[in-house]
Design a protein around this ligand. Sequence first.
Ligand code: SF4
Ligand code: SF4
Length: 374
Amino acid sequence: MFFHVILTTECNLQCRYCFGESFEDFDEDFTDFDVDYALPRKTSYDLELLTKFCSEDPECVLTFYGGEPLVCIDEIKQIMDSAKPRHFMMQTNGLLLDKLEPKYVNQFHTILVSLDGDKELTDYYRGGGTFRKVLDNVNLIVENGFRGELIARMTVMEQTDIYEQVTWLADNNEHSFSSVHWQLNAGFWANDCARRNFKSWSEDSYISGVKRLARFWVDHMEKKREVLRLYPLLGIANSLLLGEKKSLLRCGGGWINYSIQTDGYIIPCPAMWGMKNYYLGHVSNAHPLKLKKTFVETPCSECDVLNICGGRCLYANITKRWSSEAYATVCNTVRGLIKAVESELPHIKRLISAGKISLNDFEFMKYNGCEIIP
Ligand code: SF4
Ligand code: SF4
């Protein structure tokens, strides 16, 4: 099992799509759900309980999450000194990576660092100076011996040219990332849809950009004999190549990838913090292998591409913050992504047959924080 350990609700950035939207969304009616808005800012349970909980699952993977987890460096060290999971991972904005000593950083199997693309775009979304600091820290941890997987994790919305930004991250003079994942800012807030241009952007820029990107990805395989870990493409290609019949929610939310709130209650995914009807027990007395599973319902349960999509997002499926018409535009992007990979599949198979790449190159650790379906 995978567990996001939410160390804090605090963050040291004020990004447009998170902090900005939360202000615009403040008065929105969320009354269908009983929500605890007063969660402790930092972990309020005894962290030894987490060690014990984790020890009951030999395959337990702990991912530090927030807010920004690195504002809780003492708690990170305390957990890493006592818990013995199969792997540690972290999702961070990267600003404080230089504050954690290499003896801890170098233990991480995977670190996902938030970067939206080049300097101009990252600083536009995340604030001036963010890009420089994050890139300096990324290069520092590599110099200090980090050899785990480093994934550039992009949040994507209308200012993003997906082709330009992903290819920049994969090949640049600052730090070229062989692993990139992106997530659409869509379906998370209730008030944003009406004032945004998501539909026209997705139709005019994003879907065609993803198609170009799939082309670039396969060209790179051919020329360099390397399968870049562009996670949305990789995850779908992996399923198609293996002939998988059915995918459950690919982020793992609700069935294999749970989250532990700052007060110790366990929830299906980190976005569902405070939603009391979905509490699955407490870290003090729940068993990690006996947690209730929650699956997506309509419209996903009736969708013709559910088997490959998996449902995209449990939180969006449950809360339905975007109307069904608006959410259909998101599903259109999923269809575009699937088509882009499907159309490259014969070429990929030829490259495998020719020995330029191997089927093993498409393997990855599932539920590592990359949701696959953006
Ligand atoms: S395409 Fe949309 S409706 Fe279909 S399974 Fe995915 S998220 Fe659900
Ligand atoms: S994709 Fe949705 S369900 Fe999955 S972890 Fe993210 S917010 Fe939660």
